[in-house]
Design a protein around this ligand. Structure first.
Ligand code: SF4
Ligand code: SF4
Length: 210
C-alpha cells in the first residue's frame, strides 16, 4: 500500500461521480465523530450535542471501552441522516472522515500519513488532487496535531476504562469515567474559533484521570 503526506498528489477526485451516494450508505457505526466534528456540526446546524442525538442525526456506540458518537445511518437503505437527493446537506462542515474519503489515515510517531481505501469508490477515471486541498481544512498542521492528541487519548482512555472494568473493585467507575469523557469532550460544547485551545484544556484535565 502506498502512503502519502498531505503535500502529495493522489487520484481522489471522482470526475465521473454519478451521485449514487454509496459512499454515504450502509456505514453502520463506522463514521465516528471526533470533538472537532461535533463542534462544527453543532455550529453549522445550530443544535447542541443533545439535540443532534435526540433528532437521531448522530448516535452513540461503544468502541475500545469508550462511548463515542457516530453519524446515524437510517431507513431501509441505511443512508446517512445528512444525505439528501444523493448529496451531502452539510458539505461545508461535514465530518473529518467524510472529508477524507476515499482516503484513510495512518498514525505514526512521525505524524499522520494517508492511503487510498481499497474498494472505497470503484468509479473509474479519478483525477489527481493535492491531499491538503482535498481535505480543505484551515490550518491543517494544527488539525493534524489535534488528531494525534485525540487518537492517543482515546487509546489511553480506552485502556484505562477496560482496566477499571476488569478490576474486581470496580463499582461502576469504568462507566462513570466513560460518561465523563463523553460529557467533557462532546456534550459540553465548544466555540469553533477557540476549539483547539479549549480542547487542549479539557484534554489536560481528562489525562489527569487516566
Ligand atoms: S461512491 Fe463514488 S460515484 Fe458514488 S457518490 Fe460516492 S464518490 Fe460518487
Ligand atoms: S455527512 Fe455528508 S458526506 Fe458524510 S456520510 Fe453523511 S451525507 Fe455523506
Amino acid at each position: 500500500m502506498r502512503y502519502y503526506s498531505s503535500q502529495d498528489m493522489a487520484r481522489l477526485y471522482c470526475a465521473a461521480c454519478n451521485g449514487c451516494g454509496d459512499c454515504c450508505r450502509g456505514m453502520g457505526d463506522t463514521v465516528l465523530l471526533d470533538p472537532r466534528d461535533v463542534c462544527f456540526l453543532s455550529a453549522g446546524l445550530n443544535k447542541s450535542f443533545d439535540e443532534l442525538l435526540k433528532e437521531d442525526c448522530i448516535r452513540l456506540c461503544t468502541q475500545n471501552g469508550l462511548i463515542l458518537p457516530h453519524l446515524a445511518m437510517k431507513g431501509p437503505d441505511e443512508s446517512c441522516a445528512f444525505l439528501q437527493n444523493g448529496s451531502c446537506s452539510i458539505h461545508s462542515f461535514r465530518p473529518g472522515l467524510c472529508r477524507l474519503f476515499p482516503l484513510g489515515r495512518q498514525y505514526t510517531d512521525a505524524g499522520i500519513s494517508y492511503f487510498i481505501i481499497e474498494n472505497g469508490c470503484d468509479m473509474p477515471g479519478k483525477v489527481k488532487v493535492r491531499i491538503d486541498k482535498w481535505l480543505d481544512i484551515p490550518s491543517l498542521g494544527q488539525y493534524e496535531e489535534f488528531l494525534q492528541l485525540w487518537h492517543s487519548f482515546i487509546k489511553d482512555a480506552g485502556s484505562a476504562v477496560r482496566q477499571a472494568l476488569d478490576s474486581d473493585s470496580d463499582d461502576g467507575y469504568a462507566g462513570k469515567l466513560s460518561m465523563f469523557f463523553l460529557q467533557v469532550f462532546f456534550a459540553a460544547g465548544y466555540e469553533p474559533d477557540s476549539f483547539y485551545e479549549s480542547f487542549k484544556v479539557r484534554l489536560k484535565k481528562a489525562r489527569e484521570l487516566i
